[in-house]
Design a protein around this ligand. Sequence first.
Ligand code: ADP
Ligand code: MG
Length: 298
Amino acid sequence: ATPTAVMVGTGVGASRGILVKGGQALESSHKVNCIVFDKTGTLTVGKPRVVDTRLWTDVPLHDFYELIAAAEVNSEHPIAKAIVDYAEKLRLNQNKLVWPKVEDFVSVPGQGVKALVENREVVIGNSSIMLDNKITIPVCAENALSEIEDMAQSGILVSIDREVVGVVAVSDPLKPGACEVISFLKSMNIKVIMVTGDNHGTAKMTAKEAGIENVIAEAKPAEKANHVKDLQALGYTVAMVGDGVNDSPALAVADVGMAIGAGTDIAIEAADVVLMRSNLEDVITAIDLSRKTFSRIH
Ligand code: ADP
Ligand code: MG
């Protein structure tokens, strides 16, 4: 492409809320034949809500939520926000205005959080954070998880002082239009893959709703990036679409990293293209724009 064509293409993109960082990103976009989508906050609305709680403890519900929300208040993850919102609601009638004291907060991207809350060790997240901390998942919790996953919801395990005492069910619906975007991309001969840190059950159900056959679940941030590299090794030109800290390694290695504008700053920094309107249709617009810009030139 001539520098002028690239400038025009970049300008047209910007006017539609598609920020392309440099001519290379615009050029690579027209060769994309495989798109990897993150699930949470990318294909889904990203505003999960707490819809159910299973407890195996005497701790009252509002105390349980206060304890876990105190830890989650320090996390940017949408699931953390859902838990904090829910705790706030429960707290309204308790008249408590200060969160319990939190020490040693650790956020593990793609897995969950860990902290000392009023001297109790609280671990919140998926099975892998429990395994890494050598916390046993009891059969009651396993069963609760599979029931929750069958409804395309995510089950979040909660352990207090190394014992799993509860599972929080959160629901995060697909973005409106997600199915249409996926089927349109397939009609453009683009291979579509979903990759997520979420568990297999929830991932499979969500992918099915979206019309995606290729699903990679329980992927940690580095594994998301490795999947992108594997696809590149197979000869694909890969675009990665994501919103989270957990997506940033994959966004960086992809031929074209596309960040959802509403996503985290780290994802936006790692990406080559930013979809300012946080609209999935703009993935199609970006590729289309690049195809038009570069087909003029050859
Ligand atoms: P996705 O790839 O779908 O955006 P993530 O990689 O961010 O998901 O997270 C994967 C899983 O890790 C979540 O589904 C959840 O089970 C767990 N998780 C991550 N962060 C948190 C958190 N702050 N609180 C609870 N669970 C979390
Ligand atoms: Mg995400």
